[in-house]
Design a protein around this ligand. Structure first.
Ligand code: UDX
Length: 433
């Protein structure tokens, strides 16, 4: 255990690069292979193509141990372990598209030193068994197989990797279990060894339960609105029960991002394929889809109509601290507001400029105050820290009508009411001036 290994990482995306940087930091020699020439060129030049705190430093500090290549056979030539970190986007049927995983498996034939193939990509349960069979028929019976799912959240991926709650290793072979656990020597975190299918399920079940927790509090929030209760007070007190915990009990405009929406639909599709309707997950997905639409509807009731109203969307990314716009609730909000005839201004400190609908129809402004200027209402969609630092008392006079929809419950409605705003939020009473 604990000896330095040669690791080939397939996929220089967000997970692949974090895994590569952390394994290099733990003393392993890492070759990262990606199919996008531009991405490989950037990495070779010392640039980091994605934003993730600490990642750039970690890659730079360990650059002696890191190689980047387009060539799969170069990546596996000396590798003891091949780590598959490619993306598995949904197909039209909602199943995961595994074509990138299969093309990596196909490229492993020439690997003479290979002792194990490890999948980190999120895959349907049963994929490992199929990969095992494919390895066997490719003459790689001696190569072990393991599932080693990741549980990293964007914005804290490096910390999550180096200080994990648990390391899950799914394999049917004790030597492979020891090898994969050994790669993580130096990390303090319990290693949970289990069969391949269970490891694959841990990932999907964890994300589905977190998505369920968020959706549960969003439904409680809706009932709070109807009954006069305050969802933040409820969540704080509910969360003090150590069996429940306060994490992921923030009501808001719903979850987005690259994992929860995709993984919950993938788990639902997997259940459906076996003839089972996963009813709880169906409801979670449906309620989450409704969440931004409901917010638009509430804003419409407040303003009478949205036609020709100028709405400022504050925050565009799916959460703060990232430039990631994947499945961001802001996109649904923007699209719905435009459909209702509203004019949009928007602000975000990190989102990359988008030239596609609906964002090409919104006027992006460089500061919060400029986005608010002339607005009939503003919506906090992503709880960026800048919004807490905004001088809301001064901002009021910039708006045509001072209506603020705090979609993440980060501001104090009573204070805003005193400043002269109508403050709407999720699961709390609307405060009027
Ligand atoms: C998530 C998981 O946390 C991670 O373990 C998994 O590996 C990948 O998916 P990530 O998508 O980066 O990570 O973001 P996370 O911080 O978990 O937030 C996901 C979404 O849920 C965001 O849109 C966030 O705004 C929303 N959310 C989160 C809430 O609405 N309320 C909460 O209380 C928590």
């Amino acid at each position: 255990q604990g000896s330095a290994r040669n690791i080939a990482i397939f996929g220089a995306g967000y997970i692949g690069l974090v895994t590569a940087a952390c394994f290099a930091r733990l003393g392993h020699r890492v070759t990262v292979r990606d199919i996008q020439p531009e991405r490989v060129r950037l990495l070779q030049a010392g640039d980091v193509p994605i934003y993730e705190p600490g990642l750039g430093e970690l890659l730079a500090d360990n650059k002696e141990s890191l190689t980047y290549t387009l060539d799969a056979s170069e990546a596996v030539r000396d590798a003891h372990v091949a780590y598959i970190c490619v993306d598995t986007p949904p197909t039209a049927s909602g199943d995961a598209d595994l074509s990138r995983v299969w093309s990596v498996i196909d490229s492993l034939r020439g690997a003479t030193h290979l002792a194990a193939v490890v999948v980190k990509s999120t895959v349907p349960v049963g994929t490992g068994a199929r990969i095992r069979a494919a390895l066997d028929s490719a003459g790689l019976q001696h190569v072990g197989y393991a599932s080693n799912p990741e549980f990293t959240a964007e914005g804290r991926a490096v910390t999550d990797f180096l200080q994990p709650d648990r390391i899950v290793v799914g394999t049917d072979d004790p030597d492979t279990a020891e090898l994969v656990a050994g790669l993580h020597a130096g990390i303090h975190g319990p290693v949970q060894t289990m069969d391949v299918a269970s490891a694959e399920m841990v990932k999907l079940a964890s994300n589905a339960l977190l998505a369920t927790k968020i959706t549960f509090i969003n439904e409680i929030a809706t009932v709070c609105e109807a009954t006069g209760a305050d969802v933040t007070r409820v969540a704080d007190a509910v969360g003090l029960d150590h069996r429940l915990g306060r994490h992921f009990l923030n009501a808001g405009l719903g979850y987005g991002g690259s994992c929860f929406p995709k993984d919950s639909r993938a788990l639902r599709a997997m259940a459906s394929n076996s003839g089972y309707s996963f009813q709880l997950l169906n409801a979670v997905i449906e309620v989450n889809d409704l969440q931004p639409r409901r917010a638009v509807q509430r804003l419409k009731s407040e303003l009478g109509t949205l036609r020709d109203k100028r709405i400022a969307l504050l925050g565009m990314t799916f959460k703060p601290g990232t430039d990631d716009m994947r499945e961001a609730p802001s996109t649904v909000m923007a699209s719905r507001l435009l459909a209702e005839g509203a004019d949009l201004t928007c602000w975000d400190p990190m989102a990359r400029p988008a030239d596609t609908a609906p964002w090409n129809q919104a006027e992006r402004r460089p500061t919060v105050l400029e986005a608010l200027t002339g607005a009939d209402a503003a919506v906090i969609v992503t709880e960026w820290h800048d919004l807490l630092d905004t001088d809301w008392a001064a901002a009021r006079s910039l708006m045509r009508t001072p209506v603020l929809f705090d979609g993440r419950n980060v501001l104090d409605p009573d204070t805003l009411g005193r400043f002269g705003y109508t403050c709407m939020s999720v699961g709390r009473a609307t405060v009027r001036p």
